[in-house]
Design a protein around this ligand. Structure first.
Ligand SMILES: [Ca+2]
Ligand SMILES: [Ca+2]
Length: 291
């Protein structure tokens, strides 16, 4: 084969592979009338649907609806949806995806929502350690599920969470309800439970509250060598600072007493760190690179 043509084909292949990967800010809003790759097992007869109106934005806002069949087990009984589309696979750490955000409405049973991932090469599985509780009958609610290495635990196989998140081999994402971290959703026996969901988005910034006072917290310089300067738009009591390394190990923790502060990072190893601020109203995480 012609060398130039071969190079072109290889370049196109690499480009298309990169384009297919998960990216920050991608949103499944279901406005195209499809399920955008979200689904449940093929064996179930109660398949989810795209509903054309009554989403979080009201009239004509499409959303994804799944109702469990109320059976104690088997196809269609578990509160679990998954996606294997190319835009949901890849390297979440490398893509700076630290959270999964979505709008959700629940009827039937209260849900303990979690996000789980699988590595297709090893079969290893991870799930978020803490659940986000959504009460049945409370209408549309916005939630963010943090998915950094410190937010998740291994639920199948022998991977470490950090390695799986950065492996580039994630081939399946799940949104599920379970009282414990798991690769599987729980069945609500006898109680058909409905999950309405919309605007499923990958997020670089974690905030459980859009009015979060932390929304303008900044880090500088980034990358940095000696000092990590932190600036908050406003100061709130009970603001805790934690820093995690890329393996999810907490390497620094402090309670802030001021809207602007700094941490001496001169002794830290070069690499990527996650800087997390937590107040009574929410949590936000940013990425810091030590040179
Ligand atoms: Ca929508
Ligand atoms: Ca629409």
């Amino acid at each position: 084969m012609n060398k130039k043509l071969l190079t072109l084909i290889i370049t196109l292949f690499i480009t298309s592979t990169l384009l297919a990967q998960v990216t920050v800010g991608q949103i499944d809003d279901f406005e195209d009338g499809t399920k955008q790759g979200w689904g449940i097992g093929n064996a179930a007869t109660n398949q989810p649907t795209n509903v054309a109106t009554d989403g979080p934005a009201g009239v004509n806002d499409n959303f994804f609806k799944y109702t469990t069949n109320g059976n104690p087990n088997g196809a269609g009984s578990k509160l679990l949806i998954f996606n294997k589309n190319s835009n949901w696979i890849g390297n979440y750490t490398g893509a700076n995806v630290f959270g999964i955000k979505f709008d959700v409405r629940v009827t039937g049973s209260d849900l303990n929502l979690r996000v789980a991932f699988q590595n297709n090469l090893t079969g290893d599985q991870i799930c978020t350690t803490n659940s986000v509780v959504v009460t049945a009958g409370s209408g549309w609610t916005s939630v963010v599920i943090p998915i950094t290495a410190s937010d998740m635990q291994v639920v199948g196989g022998s991977a470490t969470v950090a390695n799986l998140l950065s492996s580039g081999n994630i081939n399946e994402v799940r949104i599920l309800s379970n009282v414990v971290p798991s690769w599987f959703g729980q069945a609500f026996s006898g109680v058909p439970t409905t999950l309405d969901i919309d605007n499923i988005e990958t997020s670089a910034l974690l905030s459980v509250n859009d009015n979060n006072p932390l929304s303008s917290f900044s880090i500088s310089p980034n990358p940095g060598t000696d000092r990590l300067n932190l600036k908050l738009s406003g100061f709130h009591d009970n603001t805790n600072l934690e820093v995690f390394d890329v393996l999810g190990k907490k390497i620094f923790a402090d309670r802030l007493t001021n809207a602007s502060t700094f941490v001496d990072v001169s002794e830290w190893n070069a690499g990527v760190y996650l800087v997390r601020l937590t107040t009574d109203t929410g949590t936000q995480t940013k990425r810091f690179v030590k040179q």
